[in-house]
Design a protein around this ligand. Structure first.
Ligand code: COA
Length: 278
């Protein structure tokens, strides 16, 4: 499928990975209204695109994303509340709902600045890998607002109350190493290894059965808000659903390879995807 062109986002596809790149480097990839509309479209396109097996979100230049555009979203948007509401809707849709439930694995490759409103998509991705010298910050308190949208809510999913409150109330920035220490990102690596490490993780994910991966991420994220009885019933239904829908028949194939063929051990790695569909 040909890649579409956007004003503020670049999309590149290679070997099953779709790279969605914030592309306003001169504005440190701050999220303007146009960028929200472009991201909404780019993420929607990648959802149904068979070439996309893993989606990586990163930024052009020295920044991952410097948060909401203070000029175009806040100052100018405040004068046009109707338009601001429309942008706000698109911004929450792609930054949270679409990314959080994206049907394939997602990785935030945090190459530089990550501030304020950028925490939402970073946290919504299944994985986050940061450059050690990337700079994170809940900077809102520094200019007289609170971490809004969904930022305060989603940060509490990832940071402890102590760490989250500390950074939300002081606005102190922290680097990629510290973000990994606080478990806000999976790990941090030197900047010159960031792309290679991201590709290595994407390749590992592409070896797995896609139906099992999709169900695993959806279930893992959703059961957190269920009680035990609901979770038990939902997980049983979800398990039955993937057996029905899996075009690779992963369940039968996995058991066959372990019990009959004795060609692999599930505890030590993935089975061979002999019926590979994508
Ligand atoms: N909104 C609008 N414009 C932004 C922006 C934002 N969030 N972040 C950066 N920019 C713009 C700057 O205004 C500047 O534009 P100009 O060249 O027209 O003057 C340009 O991007 C470069 O920014 P600059 O501050 O010179 O770059 P830097 O590399 O020295 O510093 C940051 C980068 C990210 C530390 C700094 O720009 C910053 O603090 N940005 C605001 C971050 C923030 O608080 N975001 C939360 C919003 S919810």
């Amino acid at each position: 499928m040909a890649t579409k062109e956007y004003k503020t986002v670049l999309v590149e596809k290679e070997d099953g990975i779709t790279w969605v790149i914030f592309n306003r480097p001169e504005k440190r990839n701050a999220m303007s209204p146009q960028l929200h509309f472009d991201m909404y479209d780019a993420v929607t396109d990648a959802e149904g695109d068979p070439e996309t097996q893993v989606m990586v979100i990163t930024g052009a230049g020295s920044s991952w994303c410097a948060g909401m555009d203070l000029k175009e979203f806040f100052r100018e948007g405040d004068k046009n509340p109707e338009f601001q509401r429309k942008v706000g809707w698109a911004s929450q849709e792609w930054r949270w709902r679409k990314l959080f439930t994206f049907p394939k694995p997602t990785i935030a490759m945090v190459n530089g600045f990550c501030f304020g409103g950028a925490f939402t998509p970073m946290i919504a991705c299944d994985f986050a890998i940061a450059a050690e010298d990337a700079l994170f910050g809940l900077s809102e308190v520094n200019w007289g607002i609170l971490p809004g949208g969904l930022v305060s809510r989603v940060v509490t999913d990832m940071m402890t109350l102590r760490d989250g409150l500390y950074h939300a109330m002081t606005g102190d920035p922290f680097d990629g190493k510290k973000a990994a220490e606080m478990r806000l990102v999976n790990f941090a690596v030197p900047a010159d290894q960031l792309r290679a490490e991201t590709i290595a993780l994407a390749k590992k994910l592409m070896e797995k059965n896609p139906s099992a991966l999709r169900a695993t991420k959806q279930a893992y994220k959703l059961v957190r808000n269920m009680d035990y009885s609901q979770a038990e019933d939902y997980l049983a239904a979800k398990g039955a659903q993937i057996k029905m829908q899996d075009r690779e028949s992963g369940y039968d194939e996995g058991i066959k390879q372990f019990i009959d063929d004795k060609t692999y051990k599930p505890g030590l790695g993935p089975m061979a995807r002999v019926n590979k569909v994508s």
